[in-house]
Design a protein around this ligand. Structure first.
Ligand code: C6P
Length: 405
């Protein structure tokens, strides 16, 4: 695979920032978009734009076909049994909120437990807090060990028959930890709990197969996998979706409406009230086609190589402490704390050298507290990054050390 040539597919990468060629190392926050995705969206608006599922004219039928084809593409990408298990949302955050409201509202009662972890993104934590508050259920957390992994012994202890839902992140956005979701979902199922996997940082980086993982729900965001913002996915196992009431009411999620009541469509329409992000779904399908043409396993390998190169290079910088697993496979990001400067100063310093990093708590405040840091600096990689960019990052971080020390 010629990763350097692949950069040509991404128009945005070919610019200077502060007089330096852009080095974009913030893909965990949002990825860049290849030309084919930009073109697919433009083509849709230039030729096919109309509402979906509502009219029999040519444009509406074309838009509907493309929208439903996108659903099939997503289903194939994550190995769902049927495309009816794919619900389009605005992103991971909305997917979690949907389940926290609709599933928890219908199934939880006082005494029940929602089990989550100490490394969740706020998007996979705050909605469960809301659900616990409104249903009377209790929210419990699996602790994080010093090496950035989950305390599996504590998990076994916490996994009582009272647990009705396990929600956990596949790859931590702040540590890079890859959690053993398959084993953990199986253990949850053994006590009768359903499982929710936050795959925002794993989808499009490593192969994600919902049947292999054995989860009941899984969520991801399009914008992190080369697709536009505003489109995301909630996968739900059909047997679970069928027993879940809707959360939003409105057009297209109903069968019959009277002035006083209504009946609902089957999933996924039941969960997609109102006009969806049609262009977003078409862009997402185009992004998935693009990633699949390269091969997600190749992307995974590239990410592993970049990450181990970064660990080696950054590990040599005095006063820089890497958070998360020191060995073994990890997500394509490196998060670190610098003794010599605040993360925001590092990010600003890097920006003056054309490098885009992220600094702060990364929407994981409890995790930062756990590691006793105010925040971290994070470099995150995707298919368009190169080892040379990481070499430059290491040089710039070393110059920051000299400047701030
Ligand atoms: N993490 C980051 O810089 P949305 O915003 O809905 O697309 O994704 C939320 C989300 C949920 N779970 C995980 C593990 C995530 O990493 C994110 C988004 C970005 O780390 C923005 S805070």
């Amino acid at each position: 695979m010629d990763w350097h040539r692949l950069r040509e597919d991404f128009p945005i990468l070919h610019q200077e920032v502060n007089g330096h060629p852009l080095i974009y190392l913030d893909s965990a926050a949002s990825s860049q978009k290849p030309r084919c995705v930009i073109d697919a969206i433009t083509r849709y608006y230039e030729r096919d734009n109309a509402n979906v599922h509502r009219a029999l004219h040519a444009l509406s039928m074309r838009a509907t076909d493309a929208f439903e084809a996108a659903r099939r593409t997503v289903a194939r990408f994550i190995s769902a049994v049927t495309e009816n298990e794919i619900i389009f949302t605005r992103g991971t955050t909305e997917s979690v909120n949907l389940v926290a409201y609709a599933w928890c509202g219908a199934h939880l009662k006082p005494g029940d437990v929602i089990l989550t972890t100490g490394m969740e993104h706020h998007s996979d934590l705050v909605p469960w807090q809301f659900a616990a508050r409104s249903t009377g259920a209790t929210l419990k957390h699996i602790p994080v060990l010093d090496d950035g992994s989950l305390d599996q012994e504590a998990f076994e202890r916490l996994l009582t028959p009272q647990v009705k839902l396990l929600a956990l992140v596949h790859i931590s956005n702040s540590l890079g930890t890859i959690n053993p979701v398959r084993e953990m979902c199986a253990k949850a199922r053994a006590v009768g709990a359903i499982s929710f996997v936050d795959a925002a940082q794993s989808t499009g980086h490593i192969p994600v197969n919902v049947q292999e993982i054995g989860c009941d729900f899984l969520a991801f965001s399009g914008h992190k996998i080369c697709a536009p913002t505003g489109i995301g996915v909630l996968y739900g196992r059909m047997a679970v979706l069928e027993k879940m009431p809707p959360w939003h009411g409105g057009g297209e999620m109903i069968l019959n409406v009277t002035l006083d009541s209504c009946t609902y469509k089957a999933p996924p329409a039941r969960f997609e009230a109102g006009t969806p992000d049609i262009a977003g779904a078409i862009g997402l399908a185009s992004a998935i086609d693009y990633l699949e043409a390269i091969g997600v396993s190749h992307i995974e390998q590239h990410g592993l190589e970049l990450t181990s190169h970064a660990l080696e290079k950054l590990g040599c910088i005095e006063g820089l402490r890497i958070l998360g697993p020191a060995t073994g496979p990890r997500g394509s990001l490196v998060s670190f704390h610098c003794d010599f400067a605040h993360p925001h100063d590092i990010v600003e310093w890097a920006n003056t050298h054309g490098i885009a990093l992220r600094g702060g708590h990364h929407c994981t405040q409890p995790l930062m507290k756990r590691f006793k840091v105010p925040g971290s600096t994070r470099a995150s990689f995707y298919l368009y990054n190169t080892p040379q960019e990481i070499d430059q990052l290491a040089e710039v971080l070393d110059s920051a050390r000299k400047f701030f020390s």
